[in-house]
Design a protein around this ligand. Structure first.
Ligand code: EPZ
Length: 418
């Protein structure tokens, strides 16, 4: 397992090219199951979860190639209709094959994914949505057995705007007869990007980006070309890296419109942010003012940037709190920040932060994608040397993170743990 060796304490300076969005690319690649035509998807980030999705699509029977961000998917043999446990357990997003397989073939067998370090992460909302479109559900040896029978458009009202469940429902509804109405659906930019792809494929989708989507399914969907939207979570990660180090960055191939609440919080903390051509420019404060946040579904403060915000506030000039409302166990990284001298107390859904003047380098360990990224950012800001272990978590969600950080003056190298 690789480590990062980081010698922190220097303000970042320079330009970062933001990659395509992992959380848009994954469902868009799964949407290729809805057609036997060729799909060409550009601006796909080269990271472990994308590589894993490539393996899953090939297991199902697709032929794929992935080079310099261009992902090509073709079909020249009958597809399997199941995603087994040994594949699903390694990447939860594998459950996104359910909707496409069900719509295309009338049945699907998908292993129940386990939880992960940030929560139990059940799939009940996904299954209820598919049942509202006529799917019948059985369980066998820990797998969901979904049978289509007479799949037809239905009415779905989500109890919570689940991103994945919205994506599964959209893909299924696009290839079955009739109209599907989804109330209280997720509104993230990644949802709109998937809707754009499905429209290009021939589905009629209205209301993406709002709480209510209406989808008219089609008999057949065709292959398309698409360029994936920028990664707003990577964007937020580098904005916070500039802010916590008091540095100055220009982020290219991105847009602050995808992070309205985060931009406001950064400005309140003392950073200055402005839109530049095809990107964003940020200058960090000498020392951030305390700004409390509460995570919420889009367009609220994104849960994926919650760990990054806590790291940033750990050196603020006062007291604040960070409230996590999406996942039940997303403060694991705080124990590692305490090893770096942070002063944070967890009480239920809140981390109460008492800002310290600076963090100190220390050996720390990543436990999930965004917690790991928060520790990388904290180590880059801390005084002294750090070793960040289990960076494979970070590799799942960030494309060449250490290379991008090195380019903007962070002293960071990857050490292969033989
Ligand atoms: C997506 O996960 C993202 N992953 C997550 O990013 C992100 O944190 C999350 O949305 C919230 O924005 C991808 O897009 C691949 P949810 P997803 O369904 O779809 C509960 C990252 O770091 N829930 O909106 O799994 C669930 O337990 C990852 O890039 C149910 O109870 O998120 C959680 O508490 C981490 N039943 C909450 O809803 C269900 O059937 C949000 O889940 C589904 C979800």
């Amino acid at each position: 397992m690789d480590n990062f060796l980081i010698n922190g304490g220097r303000a970042v300076r320079g330009e970062v090219k933001v990659s395509g969005s992992k959380n848009a690319a994954l469902p868009i690649l799964m949407a290729s199951i809805l057609t036997s035509d060729k799909m060409t998807i550009e601006n796909v980030p080269d990271l472990t979860d994308v590589r894993f999705t490539k393996g899953l699509l090939e297991y199902l029977g697709k032929k794929t190639s992935f080079l310099r961000g261009v992902f090509v998917i073709e079909e020249n043999r009958k597809l399997k209709h199941k995603a087994p446990y040994n594949l699903v357990r390694k990447m939860r997003a594998s459950v996104l094959v359910m909707g496409p397989l069900l719509a295309r073939f009338g049945h699907a067998r998908v292993a129940l994914p386990g939880g992960c370090s940030i929560g139990v992460r059940p799939v009940n909302i996904h299954l209820d949505a598919l049942k509202n479109m006529g799917a019948r559900l059985y369980y066998k040896n820990g797998d969901e057995m979904l049978f289509g029978g007479n799949l037809k458009g239905g009415r779905i009202k989500f109890p919570f705007p689940s991103v994945g469940a919205t994506e599964n429902a959209m893909m299924c509804a696009s290839l079955i007869k009739g109209r599907t109405i989804i109330e209280n659906c997720a509104r993230e930019p990644e949802i709109s990007d998937l809707a754009e792809v499905l429209r290009k494929m021939g589905a009629s989708i209205n209301g993406d980006g709002t709480r209510r989507m209406i989808i008219e399914g089609r008999e057949k969907l065709c292959g398309v070309w698409h360029k994936v939207v920028c990664d707003r979570i990577e964007t937020g990660t580098f904005l916070i890296l500039a802010a916590i180090t008091g540095g100055r960055l220009i982020l290219k191939n991105t847009d602050i419109k995808y992070l309205p609440v985060v931009a406001g919080c950064l400005a309140k903390s003392g950073a200055s942010i402005k839109t530049v051509e095809n990107g964003i420019e940020i200058s960090g404060p000498k020392r951030p003012r305390p700004v409390s946040i509460r995570t919420a579904a889009y367009p609220g403060f994104p849960t994926d940037l919650q760990p990054l915000w806590t790291a940033y506030m750990s050196v603020c000039s006062g007291k604040c709190f960070v409230e996590e409302n999406i996942f039940e166990n997303r403060f694991m990284y705080v124990a590692e920040l305490l090893r770096m001298g942070a002063n944070i107390r967890i009480e239920g859904k809140r981390a109460f932060v008492n800002g310290v003047e600076y963090l100190k380098g220390a050996p720390v360990m990543a436990g999930d994608i965004r917690g790991g990224a928060a520790l990388a950012v904290a180590c880059a800001a801390a005084r002294g040397k750090s070793v960040l272990r289990r960076v494979y978590h970070i590799d799942r969600g960030y494309e060449k993170l250490e290379k991008k950080m090195r380019k903007i003056r962070v002293s960071i190298i990857r050490r292969k743990n033989i």
